[in-house]
Design a protein around this ligand. Structure first.
Ligand code: ATP
Ligand code: SF4
Ligand code: MG
Length: 330
């Protein structure tokens, strides 16, 4: 049985003036209905590119996508744009990192929430408007019945982010991709939004992919975790496994940068000395080797020449023997 969302061996390459950017390289993961997968990794690790691929939002002229993306058994990589358009906003929806790019300045907030609902459910204008007000209330916009007629520029940044969440949730999507949905919001609103996502999941059994820099959010919200580095998955497991007994040196670094597991960390992760490699010319062997403190422990040239693979299920893409991280268990 394939999972509700099953991504297999996904590679995404962009043709640019400087050469080919290998943004995602051989990535596989599954998300079941009713479960939340947290995707974590430093800036530029390929989190957004991966999920834009799932929604079919890359420019097909400059993007080369290989591998399979199955939603409920249907391959999205080969689906025509008309099919993807029907799925987006209805069966799958995304909350974008940047609310300004996702909302049109020319239409009222209410209309932008109501339109997809009308389109996908055939509701009347009046019903759709009521639904928009209801959604704005749900995401905590005060005076929703009045604010529904505002334009995005009349909303604050935090309110726009919430409006976008309302837009994504209006059709009760079966797959919701939330890309840093709460980063711009204050802690109280963050908690409200995460609760809202959980409520949605309980009511509709939706699958959620939650992209975040904030390991506190992962600890509180995700069932499973995928750690990404330089376009590849380097560790996967349940949230408990990954947070409590991480196996990859990169994950050790990420967790080491976290003051306390339960406290929200708003800052981007800068855990480990050095910076991620250029994706125009990724290093051979393990992509993490230029920054890794354990190369000598593995010995020889292995880390520099032999690429470690991530096994299916619980595991890490690293040549260190399992258990080498003993003593690091949190
Ligand atoms: N359209 C594009 N053309 C060329 N390169 C791109 C394009 N989109 C993304 N990239 C590159 O792909 C890599 C992965 O980007 P991505 O946006 O997925 O990172 P991310 O993990 O979401 O980072 P952040 O945490 O900062 O959002 C980056 O090096 C980025 O510069
Ligand atoms: S394979 Fe080698 S370089 Fe890569 S994370 Fe493991 S020890 Fe570090
Ligand atoms: Mg991103």
């Amino acid at each position: 049985m394939t999972a509700f969302l099953s991504v297999r061996d996904l590679s995404v390459r962009f043709a640019t003036e400087d050469g080919v950017v290998r943004a995602v390289d051989g990535l596989s993961f599954d998300v079941e209905r009713g479960r939340t997968l947290g995707i974590v990794g430093e800036s530029g690790s390929g989190k957004s590119v991966t999920n834009l691929s799932v929604l079919g939002l890359h420019d097909r002229r400059t993007t080369e996508i290989e591998g399979r993306i199955l939603l409920d058994g249907q391959d999205l990589t080969t689906a025509p744009e008309s099919v993807l358009e029907k799925l987006r906003g209805n069966r799958m929806a995304m909350i974008f990192q940047d609310s300004l790019t996702a909302l049109s300045p020319y239409y009222t907030v209410g209309r932008q929430i109501a339109e997809p609902f009308r389109k996908h459910t055939g509701a009347s204008r009046r019903e759709a408007r009521l639904r928009a007000v209801e959604m704005l209330e749900k995401v905590g916009i005060p005076n929703a019945a009045l604010r529904v007629d505002d334009y995005p520029h009349q909303f604050s940044g935090g309110m726009r982010q919430r409006a976008m969440i309302a837009m994504a949730l209006v059709c009760d999507p079966e797959l919701l991709i939330a890309d840093e949905p709460t980063t711009a919001l204050d802690v109280t609103v963050q908690a409200q939004i995460l609760d809202l996502l959980k409520d949605l999941q309980q009511q509709t059994g939706s699958a959620i992919v939650l992209i975040t820099h904030d390991l506190g959010v992962v600890a509180g919200t995700a069932d499973d975790v995928l750690v990404m580095y330089a376009g590849r998955a380097v560790e996967r497991g349940t949230a408990r496994e990954v947070l409590r007994s991480p196996r990859h040196p990169y994950t050790w670094g990420l967790l080491g940068s976290m003051a306390r597991l339960t406290s929200p960390v708003d800052e981007p992760l800068t855990p480990i000395p050095g910076s991620p490699p250029s994706l125009l010319d990724p290093p051979p062997g393990c992509p993490f080797h230029p920054r890794c403190a354990y190369v000598a422990r593995v010995g020889g040239d292995r880390c520099r020449t032999e690429r470690p693979e991530l096994p299916e299920g619980r595991g890490a893409a690293c040549h260190l023997p399992d258990g080498a991280g003993k003593g690091r268990t949190r």
